[in-house]
Ligand binder design. Structure first.
Ligand SMILES: [Mg+2]
Length: 299
C-alpha cells in the first residue's frame, strides 16, 4: 500500500466522493413513506439536485487538515469545522453540533466546547463516525494503532464521550480495511476485524451482535435489530452501517439502496457506507447518474 502524500490524498478523496454521494442521496429520503416505498420498489433514484449535508462538509475539513498537516491537528480541525459552519450553517447540523461549532467560532477552545455538551458528559452522537471514512483511507497504509489514535483525535474535537469516539474508530478501521481488502463480493470478516480492535463499550458490543446476523436477512429487519440512527448515536448508527457495507462490499449502488431502506438517520448511514464501499468496490462502482445528481461539493 502506497504511503506517499499523493496516494493518501487520492484514497481519502475517493472515500469523500463515496461519502458525499451517499450523504446527498440519503438526505433525499426524508420524504413521505409512499414516495420512499415507490423509490425502493423500483430502485428509482431521487430526482436531482441532491444537496450534501454536514456529513460531507465536516469530512471535507478532515481531508483538508490531513492534506496540509499529514496528521489530525485538532486545533486546525476545530477551526476548519467552525469556518465551514459559519459560512453555511444550514447544512443539517444537529442541535449539539450547532452549539459546539458556534462556541468554537466565537473563540472558545474545542476542549471546553466539546466537553460541555450533554451536561459535561460529552456527545456520543454519530458525528465523529460520519466523517471518519476518508481518515481511514488516508491511514490505510499505517498500523491499526495509528488509525485508532487519529480517528479518536478527529472525533474528540466535537465528541468527548468515548462512544462518540469509538464510532469514528470503527468507521476509520472499516475504510482502511476496504482499501486493503477490495474485490470480494461480501466481506463478513469486516465486522470481526473492527470489533476486535475497538475499545470496550456499547458500539463494540452491538457490532459483535451484528457479526451473527446473516446477510440473507433483509436490511430493514436488521435496522430494527441494531438501530439505524434513530437516536443519532454512534452505537445505534455504526453497527448497521458496517453490516450493510460488508453485505455489499463490491457494489456501491446495492450498498446504498440497502442502507437507505433501513431509514433512521439515512443521510449519515448512507454517508458512512458510501465512504467505505467507494473504496472496496472502487469509484467506478458509483453510477455516473448519481455523481451528476449530487451538487458540486462547495469549497
Ligand atoms: Mg447530515
Amino acid at each position: 500500500m502506497k504511503s506517499d502524500h499523493h496516494s493518501r490524498l487520492e484514497r481519502a478523496s475517493a472515500s469523500l466522493t463515496g461519502l458525499s454521494v451517499g450523504d446527498s442521496f440519503g438526505d433525499q429520503f426524508f420524504v413521505s413513506d409512499q414516495i420512499i416505498e415507490l423509490r425502493l420498489l423500483h430502485r428509482s433514484p431521487p430526482p436531482p439536485v441532491w444537496f450534501v449535508t454536514d456529513d460531507t462538509i465536516m469530512a471535507q475539513s478532515v481531508v483538508e487538515v490531513l492534506s496540509s498537516s499529514g496528521t489530525i491537528d485538532q486545533d486546525k480541525l476545530a477551526q476548519a469545522f467552525a469556518n465551514r459552519y459559519t459560512r453555511d450553517p444550514g447544512r443539517g447540523y444537529g442541535g449539539t453540533a450547532h452549539r459546539i461549532l458556534r462556541s468554537i467560532a466565537s473563540g472558545t477552545s474545542w476542549q471546553v466546547a466539546a466537553s460541555e455538551a450533554f451536561d459535561g458528559m460529552g456527545s456520543m452522537g454519530n458525528g465523529g463516525a460520519m466523517r471518519a471514512g476518508p481518515l481511514g483511507a488516508w491511514f490505510a497504509c499505517d498500523l491499526v494503532e495509528v488509525i485508532l489514535e487519529q480517528a479518536q483525535r478527529s472525533a474528540a474535537v466535537t465528541h468527548s464521550h468515548p462512544e462518540g469516539q469509538a464510532g469514528a474508530m470503527a468507521v476509520a478501521l472499516a475504510a482502511a480495511y476496504a482499501v486493503n481488502h477490495p474485490g470480494r463480493e461480501t466481506c463478513p470478516e469486516l465486522l470481526a476485524h473492527v470489533q476486535g480492535h475497538l475499545p470496550d463499550g456499547e458500539t463494540r458490543s452491538i457490532i459483535r451482535r451484528a457479526m451473527d446476523i446473516p446477510f440473507t436477512r433483509p436490511p430493514g429487519v436488521v435496522a430494527a435489530m441494531l438501530g439505524s440512527g434513530e437516536r443519532v448515536l454512534a452505537q445505534d448508527t455504526v453497527p448497521f452501517a458496517l453490516w450493510c457495507a460488508a453485505r455489499h462490499w463490491s457494489s456501491y449502488p446495492a450498498a446504498i439502496w440497502s442502507t437507505v431502506s433501513g431509514l433512521g438517520d439515512r443521510d449519515t448511514t448512507c454517508a458512512i457506507v458510501g465512504s467505505i464501499v467507494a473504496l472496496s468496490a472502487g469509484l467506478p462502482s458509483i453510477p455516473q447518474e448519481w455523481l451528476d445528481s449530487r451538487e458540486p461539493i462547495p469549497p
